[in-house]
Design a protein around this ligand. Sequence first.
Ligand SMILES: NC(=O)c1ccc[n+]([C@@H]2O[C@H](COP(=O)([O-])OP(=O)(O)OC[C@H]3O[C@@H](n4cnc5c(N)ncnc54)[C@H](OP(=O)(O)O)[C@@H]3O)[C@@H](O)[C@H]2O)c1
Length: 310
Amino acid sequence: MITSPSRGIRLLCSAAAQSNETLDILNTGAKIPLLGFGTYAKDNPQDYPPSLIYEAIKQGFRHFDCAEAYQTEGAVGRGIKKALQEGIVRRDDLFITSKLWNHHHRRQDVLPTLKHSLQQLQLDYVDAYLIHWPVTDNPGPGLDPPYQETWQAMEALLSTGVTAAIGVSNMSIKKLTEVLSYAEVTPAINQIEMHPMWRNSDLLAFNRVHGIHTSAWAPLGGQIVRGASVVPSAEMPWQMQANLQALNFTLSDEDMAAVGGLKEQTRQHDCVEPMDPMFRPFFQPQGPWKSRAELWDDPVTYAHLPEGQL
Ligand SMILES: NC(=O)c1ccc[n+]([C@@H]2O[C@H](COP(=O)([O-])OP(=O)(O)OC[C@H]3O[C@@H](n4cnc5c(N)ncnc54)[C@H](OP(=O)(O)O)[C@@H]3O)[C@@H](O)[C@H]2O)c1
């Protein structure tokens, strides 16, 4: 099944289609499976089981969303290796994303950080490498190093073969517009929070206009129909099965209208709190971002935060 936002969703019933996949085409020409698998561990990343990834591949997942900060790339690598060794998949059947964490934004850190992820993943290349957040650990007033420096280092990766595509994550329209003003390579992906409670429609449309694929984290039903890839995590085989079924049903126009009409529109996840004490907070009194509103560039609301705390 291949979707293109402009062409709508269409079925690919060929026997050659990879197990139960839908695909979108990135601006690099590469295919990205719309149903992915998140590898963030809620607790104890050191105990993340490689068998989860192996099982997910066996069940038909081909797109894995990884990140340096999740501290699970070693386990993910072991799961992938087993599946490759057993011939369940070939490397080029898989779409593997990794992400650069906030304290590695300096030009000279970008390639070594990706190489470390590749070592953990036991891979020669990733299919996409994203800047995880428009945040560094250094005090402002400006972003230090500037995003432009990091983006140029990302562009330089493309000639080294360590990643097939580069992209961004958690970027607002305002911040992406600035990146596009100097980018020699347009980001292939913007990975953002997007689900019925936080439709993020303006950003989805902006990405689309600029040929940037939207990948949805913390996804719920309906995002694939909107042209985005989704990366739900799951720890139980029945959850993987249920998530794979997302490709086998379509929401009617009525269903989509009902989901698309949900009034409450608030971010549900406050990932900006450091997930590990080794990471510095996203907000600092001197900037670059003093508040969530400055990070997101929108009149942000959170489901779980009173207005005064934004
Ligand atoms: N770019 C970013 O900044 C960013 C931020 C956040 C996340 N992400 C990516 O997005 C992925 C997903 O995010 P997330 O793990 O926070 O949220 P999520 O995928 O929305 O939620 C995952 C949880 O939902 C439950 N679940 C999964 N499948 C289910 C099913 N079929 N039926 C019922 N429950 C089900 C499981 O919880 P239980 O085990 O408790 O049942 C699972 O741990 C992450 O792994 C990561 O790769 C990226």
